[in-house]
Design a protein around this ligand. Structure first.
Ligand SMILES: Nc1ncnc2c1ncn2[C@@H]1O[C@H](COP(=O)(O)OP(=O)(O)OP(=O)(O)O)[C@@H](O)[C@H]1O
Length: 609
């Protein structure tokens, strides 16, 4: 893997690359093993649909026999009735078998999709799985996979009915009377003529406006609900409410235009495809032909019976169209997840020598064209604590996330013990690098299992020891079942408590490299202490890097790195940087006055010496 290979945007693979080689297989590839079963379902449907014509033809034949002058041929009637009943039975059996097989197939396909998605998600860069995406992914794995259901389980039946039955019926009707056949087709032709009206630019614009208005209303609801506490606390409820009401009003306008445009056409289609309309057309045409002597009255019967069958599939297609469209969109979203490029595992992993961390000319862009890290050269020596500081959005989180290889740099390299992270196997890497970020994810498992997730063989004593160090032991004892309490099920932890659990986890993992984001959002005293203990645990030669927000942490660091707009603008010991009077000194002063304000005139960070 060369640097240029990695210098692409991380989000999507380019379309012209062989997706299967690197990313997960596409939806088409996932469907391929099921093609035989799919064909079997279609064949069962075809047989069932064709057999369904037998009872209708039997009724036609019966009508002819019974209406014809002269004595009734009872043997013939019996044969026709038996044939019709047999057809009905075959139809029932085969369509039931097709429906059952279709649903089983659908189950298997959904399972395959979900397994593949899970496998792909295991391999996507950890950084890609941001919290923003968690909701979207839940939707893809849950709802979107289920939305494929009509496509697999129902579409074959509807398509078969639409494309197989009418031609066979038509051939039969043509043999009876070609003129009345053409008349019988009038409703279908009228319905077809209306379809292009649905695709007119005005309709497309209305549909787009409808989608956009729907999006606005969803957005304003989310904004309203998410911001409700802020709105309540700081006022402005009316304003927020107004935004929501405006979106709702706006939606009503767009919806009525959309409905007006669509409903006229939809109603028109429903009318021409409705059985009364079809019967009316056939009866008018048939009566005219019979009175002119061109058609025997018994021959009207097949048109009345089969004529209705000609329009039903067209109507069914119309109903299924929406489902198929949403299945198509769902498949698109599944494709998007499957196409995310995983971070490649090395073919010949190398073992790092020591745990000196080095970033060489590192550049990084989340989206092509906008670099958030630019030319970072940085060495983190074992046995030192490096504090990364800088304004919000300067790239601090992105920088430290490169160390546990949440992403690969788009240019340059990150080395651990002299080996590029891309050449270290992921297991080996996680044995050496642990991290505590603000965005803490805990497993739906017991507290003990959460703490010991990196060291499953750890005993309860070890778990309790690190929980004490992380300042969370007492809280755990107050949980319903102590260390056996299942998080997210039997108990919910606060943000600070969750972070202390993740600190305990990192302390137990006891890796030579520790990456820490000092929380600002959960700034309770116990969490601050836990962070400090974790930092103090350098035990000789641990390599520690911390995104530092508190003066105490900054002052205690060996080296401070000041980031601005993705580049390092200052670096050195806190004392030297303060004496230098540059950016760090300004940052220090503003932090200090903020802390003096917050803590009633007592700055907590001592002047670095
Ligand atoms: N997942 C992402 N996708 C796209 N852009 C991102 C993503 N995460 C961060 N960014 C952008 O990258 C830039 C650097 O963000 P980063 O979170 O690294 O900064 P930071 O210094 O840690 O900020 P803060 O102190 O506010 O956490 C910002 O412009 C941010 O908008």
């Amino acid at each position: 893997m060369t640097t240029t290979d990695l210098a692409e945007p991380i989000e999507r693979k380019d379309a012209d690359e062989d997706a299967g080689a690197v990313a997960g297989p596409s939806v088409a590839r996932l469907l391929r093993p099921h093609l035989r079963s799919f064909a079997a379902v279609v064949i069962l449907q075809v047989i069932g649909a064709l057999a369904g014509l037998a009872p209708l033809l039997a009724v036609v034949e019966l009508g002819r026999t019974l209406l014809s002058p002269g004595p009734i041929d009872h043997a013939h009637v019996r044969t026709v009735v038996i044939a019709g009943a047999a057809g009905l039975l075959v139809r029932l059996l085969f369509t039931a078998a097709a429906a059952g097989a279709g649903h089983l197939l659908d189950n298997r396909v959904q399972l395959a999709f979900r397994r593949q998605l899970a496998a792909s998600l295991e391999r996507v860069p950890i950084g890609w799985l941001s919290r923003r995406r968690t909701g979207e992914l839940a939707k893809v794995v849950g709802e979107d996979v289920s939305a494929v259901h009509p496509f697999i389980a129902h579409a074959p039946g509807e398509l078969v009915a639409a494309f197989v039955v009418p031609p066979v019926s038509l051939v039969y009707l043509f043999t009876v009377d070609w003129r009345l056949t053409l008349i019988t087709l009038i409703p279908v032709v009228l319905a077809m003529a209306l379809i292009p009206l649905l695709m007119l630019p005005a309709r497309t614009r209305e549909q787009e406006a409808y989608d956009a208005a729907m999006g606005r209303i969803a957005g304003s609801v989310v904004e309203f609900v998410q911001g409700i506490s802020v709105v309540k606390a700081f006022g402005g409820a009316e304003r927020a409410h107004r935004a929501f009401l405006t979106a709702a009003d706006d939606f009503v306008g767009v919806f009525s235009r959309w409905v007006r445009g669509m409903s006229v056409i939809a109603a028109g289609m429903q009318l021409v495809l409705s059985p009364p309309f079809v019967l009316l057309i056939v009866l008018i045409g048939g009566t005219a032909l019979i009175t002119s002597g061109g058609l025997a009255s018994a021959d009207l019967l097949p048109f009345l019976l089969l004529g209705l069958g000609l329009t039903a599939p067209v109507a069914a297609l119309g109903h299924g169209f929406d489902d198929l469209q949403s299945a198509g969109r769902a498949v698109g979203r599944i494709e998007d997840v499957l196409a995310v490029r995983p971070l490649p595992e090395p073919a010949h992993p190398r073992a790092p020598q020591g745990h000196r961390v080095e970033l060489r000319d590192v550049r990084f862009a989340y989206d092509a064209g906008r670099e958030v890290l630019r030319g970072i050269d940085l060495v983190l020596e074992p046995g030192t604590v490096t504090a990364v500081v800088g304004p919000s959005g300067s790239g601090k989180s992105t920088l430290v996330q490169l160390l546990p290889r949440f992403f690969d740099p788009t240019h340059g390299s990150v080395l651990l013990g002299g080996v590029d992270l891309r050449e270290i196997g992921s297991r080996e890497l996680y044995r050496r690098v642990s991290f505590v970020f603000q965005d803490v994810r805990l497993l739906r498992a017991s507290v003990a299992d959460n703490i010991a997730s990196a060291v499953p063989q750890a005993g309860r004593d070890d778990v309790v020891r690190v929980a004490r160090l992380a300042g969370v032991h007492d809280r755990v004892l107050r949980l319903p079942r102590g260390y056996d309490t299942v998080l997210g099920q039997e108990a919910k932890l606060s943000g600070g408590e969750a972070q202390r659990i993740s600190i305990a986890r990192a302390l137990l993992a006891d890796t030579p490299v520790l990456v820490l984001d000092e929380a600002t959002s959960f700034a309770d005293p116990q969490t601050e202490q836990a962070v400090r203990r974790a930092l103090a645990m350098r035990g000789g030669d641990r390599t520690v890097v911390v995104i530092a927000h508190r003066l105490e942490t900054i002052a205690a660091a060996d080296t401070v790195v000041v980031l601005e707009d993705g580049a390092i603008v200052e670096r050195g010991s806190p004392a030297d940087l303060l004496a230098h009077g540059g950016r760090f000194a300004a940052l220090w002063r503003s932090h200090r006055s903020a802390e003096i304000e917050t803590h009633g005139g007592v700055p907590r960070g001592e002047e670095p010496r």
